[in-house]
Design a protein around this ligand. Structure first.
Ligand SMILES: [Zn+2]
Length: 217
């Protein structure tokens, strides 16, 4: 599936949903104690599977509350990836990959991109969560979380706010498929790279329609 992630990034680049070095994706299989994440700063339209970073999940057990906390460490994957750093949005991905919630018997893919019309709609003051009322086709397949406000990129704050708005719980369950970050992008989650991509595509299409209508507020 790493190759499929590369294909989705090529498609995202073609659609102008990212510039060359933007965007990041992680993937975890439920029976593995590690996940893969795109490296920082590489050109996503020429990204290769051997460039991914392998991140091992570790349980830290202590004698004091909360007794168990999770953390991560980088593991060797390939010679090429060894020279690269993981995406700066690693805290965002880690929070969503450490427990898999409704995807506990499957695969979880987390995709972060910068789709044009989603970002334009949030910039125009549209709450993406409210679009479901006027566009039932959107809510049939994609549950949209309330927007995350202005938070700095690659920050713990961005990760925390996205987790909060997706209603991520301690077992990894999420109540939504996608969340928008104002002035920045979106994060979508599903069981395959293309399924996560489709949440973004669906929301992007509706945002394009709304902006074309000129009826914004
Ligand atoms: Zn971003």
């Amino acid at each position: 599936m790493l190759e499929t992630i590369c294909d989705t990034l090529v498609e995202a680049y073609k659609r102008n949903w990212i510039t060359s070095r933007d965007g990041n994706v992680s993937i975890r299989h439920h029976d593995r104690d590690h996940f893969y994440i795109t490296p920082s700063g590489v050109r996503k339209q020429t990204m290769q599977p051997d460039q991914f970073k392998k991140i091992k999940l570790i349980d830290n057990i202590s004698a004091v509350p909360p007794f168990m906390t999770e953390s991560w460490q980088e593991e060797f994957y390939t010679d090429i990836s060894e020279k690269l750093k993981p995406s700066g949005e690693l805290p965002l991905h880690f929070g969503l990959q450490k427990k898999m919630g409704q995807h506990s018997n499957d695969v979880r893919v987390v995709v972060h991109l910068h789709p044009t019309y989603c970002i334009a709609a949030m910039h125009a003051g549209i709450e993406l969560n409210s679009l479901a009322e006027d566009f039932p086709e959107l809510s049939r397949y994609t549950k949209v979380a309330p927007n995350v406000g202005d938070v700095p990129p690659i920050s713990e704050e961005l990760a925390y706010e996205c987790h909060q708005n997706l209603r991520l719980d301690k077992d990894g369950f999420i109540a939504y498929d996608i969340v928008g970050i104002k002035g920045h992008g979106v994060v979508a989650i599903d069981t395959s790279p293309w399924r996560a991509f489709e949440h973004i595509e669906r929301l992007e299409h509706i945002c394009q329609i709304v902006l074309a209508s000129g009826k914004i507020l």
